[in-house]
Design a protein around this ligand. Structure first.
Ligand SMILES: NC(=O)C1=CN([C@@H]2O[C@H](COP(=O)(O)OP(=O)(O)OC[C@H]3O[C@@H](n4cnc5c(N)ncnc54)[C@H](O)[C@@H]3O)[C@@H](O)[C@H]2O)[C@@H](O)CC1
Ligand SMILES: Nc1ncnc2c1ncn2[C@@H]1O[C@H](COP(=O)(O)OP(=O)(O)O)[C@@H](O)[C@H]1O
Ligand SMILES: [K+]
Length: 502
């Protein structure tokens, strides 16, 4: 799914109105009905609905929802913020319709003294501002927001928590943004919802389709995407009747050191489970019996050093290389990584300590084979690319890095983003907080390496690898809880994840 800026979404709204065709007021009615249906499923008629409506279409939505709910015997009250300007267009029509219906208590408020009395069980509906917000909230609307945020009541935001920008909030006044428990957003997730710092405002968010015109969506360009199951299905390698293990590539994994052999075991198992034909795990001498015992399916290349990675094997047999988990940063390891990067000329996967070594030897970034995949978590990313003020800035730097060094940058997190050298950025939505556990990044490295070795193109290996990893994590959490989830469970559930993508 493409993701758009709020400005572009307004354009797609207009395209829909013109080409479906549908009138503005009917599109608003349709959008409102989606929210009404959601509210009916989540709240009983025992709970009063208190609406806060602003001057634009977001307020118009609130007015339409209040009327629809009142028609279903919900007790509703509407506070319209009075900006001393007449309502226009569909919001004006909806105000009139509400007056005609006569079932909803209506008030216009000019200042914060008009804030309604709210009982403990009431639900607050935030329809102050949506995608038309042009600057941070200030003055009287901001005071209303402060009052709403101070109440313990459940708050549901219509389309966007009022005050939050759809993309960049670096310049925003954070205390003037509604802190919703739920955000019901129309048709597309807004980009700012994908950033950790905005969870405080959106609460749990959900996308409600409102039938915007496919033609408008298709013709609006975007560099931002939200990865869905259907997209990933196409990226998974298929196994044909006469295929043999050579068909599925030979991966080299360089991971683990004395005391961190688990990284090698976890990544090796994940690599094998992602369907690779052959895997060779390169380990220090003392790791030999560990890897042979824990992962008998893997072949082993043994380093000359007892406890760390210091030298690369002959690279001719391998069509993909993954390096980094648990290798440490000793001088000899840096030298060996440097040799590996210079000698291997196909895309490779770099994670963990390989990234930390790169951060200390930035000139190596230019030596990376084109389309190599870097998988930093935010800490590793900042070491590589410098500090950033917030997630919006971070994804800009991420995209810049992918372009400049012609690599794929996978920035891990709740919504892992994959930046491609051509400027496109893909957000992943699978995965859960149970995966915030030691070694789950190692299993991601193994999965991406396995796909790459199977000759999946690097873009797909990164996007599908991240999706599969998260999906397997979700399946694991469903079976044993987020709390008890450990990295090996992700690998154990990869099979089920593949089946879900059939
Ligand atoms: N256009 C459409 O067809 C549809 C729009 N929908 C709704 O319309 C919303 C967008 O509506 P609008 O474009 O009217 O915008 P909004 O309702 O978000 O607000 C715009 C109004 O607020 C004022 N404003 C902006 N920033 C302000 C600030 N900081 N302080 C005070 N006033 C400020 C603007 O001058 C304008 O009057 C969406 O979020 C969604 O809820 C839905 O009804 C679906 C269909
Ligand atoms: N809250 C979360 N929601 C979804 N995925 C998560 C969450 N926390 C962590 N993850 C995923 O778990 C993995 C953690 O990787 P990383 O930080 O490298 O762990 P480690 O170094 O322990 O292996 C990443 O793929 C990340 O996207
Ligand atoms: K809103």
């Amino acid at each position: 799914m493409k993701l758009f800026s709020t400005k572009q979404i307004a354009g797609i709204d207009s395209f829909t109105i013109e080409h479906e065709p549908v009138s503005d007021i009917d599109l608003m009615e349709r959008a409102a009905l989606q929210i009404t249906n959601w509210l009916v499923q989540h709240f009983s008629t025992e709970q009063k609905m208190v609406f806060f409506a602003g001057p634009g279409n977001n307020g118009g939505d609130a007015l339409a929802i209040a009327r629809q709910l009142a028609g279903l015997d919900y007790q509703c009250e509407v506070c319209l913020l009075d900006f001393r300007k007449e309502l226009k267009g569909s919001p004006a029509t909806n105000w009139k319709r509400l007056q005609e219906q006569g079932k909803v208590a209506l008030s216009k408020i000019k200042d914060v003294d008009g804030f309604p009395k709210v009982a403990a069980n009431d639900v607050l509906l935030d329809g102050l501002f949506g995608s038309g917000l042009s600057r941070p909230l200030e003055g009287f609307p901001a005071e209303i927001v402060h009052k709403m945020n101070a109440l313990p009541n459940t708050t549901v935001a219509i389309d966007i928590p009022s005050g939050l920008m759809g993309e960049n909030n670096s310049e925003n006044i954070l205390e003037n943004i509604v802190r919703a428990d739920f955000t019901l957003t129309f048709q597309f997730p807004k980009i700012s919802f994908l950033f950790a710092e905005n969870e405080l405002f959106t609460g749990n968010w959900q996308v409600l389709p409102i039938g915007l015109h496919p033609g408008g969506i298709a013709k609006t360009p975007s560099d931002f995407f939200f990865v869905e199951k259907e997209d990933v299905k196409e990226m998974i390698p298929r196994r044909t009747k006469f295929s043999h293990k050579g068909t599925f590539g030979h991966a080299l994994l360089v991971a683990g050191s004395y005391g961190k052999m688990g990284a090698s075991v976890l990544a090796s198992k994940a690599c094998l489970r992602s369907g690779v034909g052959l895997l060779t795990s390169h380990v220090p001498r003392l790791g030999y019996s560990i890897i042979q015992t824990a992962v008998p399916e893997a072949m082993v290349s043994i380093d000359e050093h007892d406890s760390i990675f210091t030298g690369i094997p002959d690279l001719t047999p391998f069509n993909a290389v993954g390096v980094g988990p648990g290798i440490g940063r000793k001088k000899n390891t840096c030298k060996a990584l440097c040799d590996l990067i210079k000698q291997f000329r196909s895309p490779m996967v770099l994670d963990a300590d390989a990234l930390n070594i790169l951060s200390e030897n930035k000139e190596l970034l230019r030596e990376l084979p084109e389309n190599s995949i870097l998988t930093p978590h935010p800490g590793e990313f900042e070491r590589l690319a410098g500090e950033t003020a917030d997630s919006w800035e971070r994804i800009q730097v991420q995209r810049q890095m992918a372009k400049e060094f012609r690599v794929i940058v996978v920035l891990k997190g709740a919504f892992t983003s994959v930046a491609l050298p051509d400027g496109r950025l893909f957000f992943n939505a699978t995965g859960n907080p149970g995966m915030a556990t030691a070694g789950s990044g190692d299993s991601l490295t193994g999965i991406i390496l396995g796909l790459l070795a199977q000759r999946v193109c690097p873009e797909y290996a990164a996007i599908a690898g991240v999706f599969l990893h998260g999906l397997a994590g979700d399946i694991a959490a469903g079976r044993i809880s987020e709390n008890a989830l450990i990295a090996g469970d992700i690998t154990n559930c990869l099979g089920k994840a593949f089946l879900e993508l059939k």
